[in-house]
Design a binder for this molecule. Structure first.
Ligand code: FES
Ligand SMILES: [Fe+2]
Length: 433
């Protein structure tokens, strides 16, 4: 029986490798729900998903159902979706708009900040019953940066600023591209499930090693991937022409890690100045009008390709989207991909970005389906007890300090980012033991 002591947990991770139980064992999965998703800062939503008072989106943080809602004073709130009377979920739709939240069972109703407004047949309440003690609970801690809302289900732990501080620049890199300085996630979503552990998707976000191989079907005869950004005439060169070698440009990419499992990969080599289309050119004009030409040039030379806000959120800077990873079972994961709209950009530009994302990251796309098949095969292969270990030792010992970003860097073809994720995993899993 696995009882989850720090001693037991730390035996699952060795330098450059992890025990396969970490992907398959239901006891370990339940501990992750408590100690990672029940403690760490978890992405709960973006304020643009709830623009009006009473707008809400429901979800789960680990095992706990939540309601992300705009209160009548204009503030975003994260409430626990559990009636304070006898427990039913109060909000049962994925999203909507409500003036008050009413429980189906006996009709208690709550305000948009969780305050209990009305108890049906109040004359029957016990003499000690106090309405003020029966509101919907709030997530114990909440933090927001440029519309990105995170919650921690633990009262104590690292502060929101400590958690997000090193990754603010990655959020800025995306949001600053909007002429109005704001993004919106109101263009729908792609949502899919895969038969694999949640960490397979998290690891993949910063794994550039797989790209030329897993995504070989997206590469043309010259070794280029198809265009993945509005205004690009061609895609990135991922393999050398007439050979199967990874392109030098691709090898030059770096991955970076900072504390708490966060990290990013450097921007894909692309001909930034070569981007042009009527929609993209109109967007450049709109951005330059707001921020000036030189800042516009700076913004449109993005530094980051994929960024990971460990454990459940990533930002993709190429075909721009936010990805949210939700573990359901050791071998079942939900992924939601939100296309990002840049406020103040011409509609044609935002529409073209969304169309590109349909090609790369929808449930029937070229790129994402390759990754999902790798995750499914990994989970199936890990049933074998041929070895208890999964290796991620590529580049061990070659990590170096990066003073510009105040980070640690290595070739993106190596596996430093996964090692850093397991450091964070160990930290969360042992700290709460
Ligand atoms: S259980 Fe919700 S009102 Fe009774
Ligand atoms: Fe991939």
């Amino acid at each position: 029986m696995f009882d989850g002591t720090a001693d037991e947990i730390s035996k699952l991770i060795e330098p450059g490798r992890v025990h396969r139980r970490v992907y398959t064992d239901s006891d370990i999965f339940e501990l992750e729900m408590d100690r990672i998703f029940g403690c760490a800062w978890i992405f709960a939503g973006h304020t643009s998903q709830i623009p009006n008072i009473g707008d809400y989106v429901t979800s789960d943080i680990g095992r706990q159902p939540i309601i992300f809602i705009r209160h009548k004073d204009g503030t975003p709130q994260v409430l626990l979706n559990r009636c304070a009377h006898r427990g039913p979920k109060v909000c049962n739709e994925p999203c909507g708009n409500l003036k008050a939240l009413t429980c189906l069972y006996h009709g208690w109703s709550y305000d948009t900040d969780g305050t209990l407004l009305d108890v049906s047949m109040p004359e029957g309440a016990a003499s000690h019953f106090k309405k003020s003690e029966f509101g919907l609970a709030k997530a114990p801690r909440m933090g927001e940066y440029r519309g990105f809302v995170f919650v921690s289900m633990a009262r104590k732990g690292i502060s929101f600023d400590e958690f997000l501080g090193p990754m603010k620049a990655n959020i800025d890199d995306l949001v600053d591209r909007a002429p109005d300085g704001e993004i919106s996630l109101d263009a729908g979503m792609h949502r899919y499930f895969f038969r694999g552990n949640w960490k397979l998707q998290v690891e993949n976000v910063l794994d550039s090693y797989h790209v030329p191989y897993s995504h070989a079907s997206t590469v043309n005869k010259k070794g280029e991937q198809f265009s993945r950004r509005e205004g690009d005439k061609e895609g990135a060169q991922v393999v050398e022409e007439k050979t199967t070698k990874t392109a030098d440009a691709w090898k030059g990419r770096r991955s970076f890690v900072v504390d708490f499992g966060h990290g990013w990969t450097s921007n894909t080599e692309l001909n930034e100045k070569g981007r042009s289309s009527p929609a993209y050119d109109a967007y450049k004009v709109a951005l330059a009008e707001k921020v000036g030409k030189s800042r516009m040039e700076e913004i449109l030379t993005p530094e980051f390709h994929n960024s990971l806000l460990y454990p459940n959120c990533s930002i993709m800077g190429l075909n721009i989207h936010i990805r949210v990873i939700r573990p359901i079972a050791p071998d079942l994961t939900e992924v939601t991909v939100y296309p990002v709209k840049l406020k103040g950009a011409p509609n044609e530009m935002n529409s073209a970005n969304i169309r590109l994302l349909n090609v790369t990251h929808s449930a029937t796309s070229f790129v994402q389906t390759d990754d999902l098949e790798s995750f499914r095969r990994t989970q199936a292969g890990l049933k074998s007890n041929q070895s208890d270990w999964i290796d991620f030792s590529r580049g061990m010992g070659e990590e170096e300090a990066d003073p510009y970003y105040n980070a640690t860097r290595e070739s993106a073809m190596h596996e430093m980012a996964i090692r850093a994720q397991y450091q964070a995993w160990l930290h969360y899993m042992c700290e709460a033991a």
